[in-house]
Design a protein around this ligand. Structure first.
Ligand SMILES: NC(=O)c1ccc[n+]([C@@H]2O[C@H](COP(=O)([O-])OP(=O)(O)OC[C@H]3O[C@@H](n4cnc5c(N)ncnc54)[C@H](OP(=O)(O)O)[C@@H]3O)[C@@H](O)[C@H]2O)c1
Length: 240
């Protein structure tokens, strides 16, 4: 029997498009009070309008900025209450991913967006979760964090780093009643694919996961009873 999300506050970082947006929508439709965060205010406003009738608030924040993240977490608590679930669905890639094109500034942007931001948000939500002796941290990494591919050195390093971060947090924080899950999707049809140097053929795109499929995986993890946790999950398209 899935645990109800009613009265649970969920902070979703990276909620203006793709997987994070779908997660924010699904969690809110399942009764959670959701704070949807990202940088693009117009996208967040459109999401809030679409979700009228549900408890979904929005907050603009850059996950790579510690002051922004601290403000976001404080605002979430002020508006919705103590945070029970945090989903980090923030991420980026670059057309300049091959080592012959990659430069330190691009490397830094990918590592800070895909990895450091996850740590900053974690650091900001953990003290209250420890005090409550409850909380669920869910990170969207990638199959590129395990299997070498052509997604680029910075992307793969960031995703391997995120998987390591998630497992380290799980081992350290489980004694405080905090659960940690890392989800590794395969190909998902979202805006991040526009950052590929070569566009995917439409027939391949048609077989990709939809963001809603990954959101269903997040929901299934979030609805487990507190004594159970899916520590790591892989979700891939059936035929790719
Ligand atoms: N699509 C795939 O095939 C695939 C496969 C495996 C894993 N993933 C991972 O899934 C996660 C979500 O990506 P997606 O596929 O849903 O792509 P997406 O539609 O491009 O979503 C990326 C999200 O991250 C946010 N974001 C980027 N930089 C940010 C920053 N500095 N601060 C706050 N938010 C930021 C974006 O919002 P703003 O630009 O408005 O800030 C957006 O909401 C990423 O970590 C990606 O690596 C995707």
């Amino acid at each position: 029997m899935p645990v109800s999300l009613k009265d649970q506050v969920a902070l979703v970082v990276g909620a203006s498009s793709g997987i994070g947006r779908a997660v924010a929508v699904l969690l809110a439709r399942n009764g959670a009070s959701v704070m949807a965060a990202a940088r693009r205010e117009d996208r967040l406003r459109a999401l809030k309008a679409e979700m009228a009738g549900h408890l979904l608030e929005i907050c603009c924040a850059d996950a790579t900025s510690v002051p922004d993240v601290e403000r976001l977490v404080a605002e979430t608590r002020r508006v919705l209450g103590p945070i029970g679930i945090m989903v980090y669905a923030t991420g980026t890639n670059t057309p300049d991913r091959a080592l012959v094109r990659l430069r330190p500034a691009i490397w830094d942007e990918l590592i800070s967006t895909n990895l450091s931001g996850a740590y900053y948000v974690t650091q900001a939500v953990l003290p209250a979760m420890r005090e409550a002796r409850a909380g669920h941290l869910i990170y969207i990494a990638s199959i590129s964090g395990h299997t070498p591919d052509i997604s680029g050195a910075a992307y793969q390093a960031s995703k391997r780093g995120m998987i390591g971060l998630a497992h380290a947090i799980r081992v350290e924080e489980r004694e405080h009643g905090i659960r940690t899950t890392v989800i590794n999707p395969g190909l998902v049809d979202t805006e991040i694919l526009e950052k590929r140097p070569v566009k995917l053929p439409p027939e391949q795109l048609a077989q990709a996961l939809l963001p809603e499929h990954v959101a269903e995986a997040v929901l299934a993890c979030a609805q487990l009873p507190p004594r159970a946790v899916i520590s790591e999950m892989t979700i891939v398209p059936t035929v790719l």
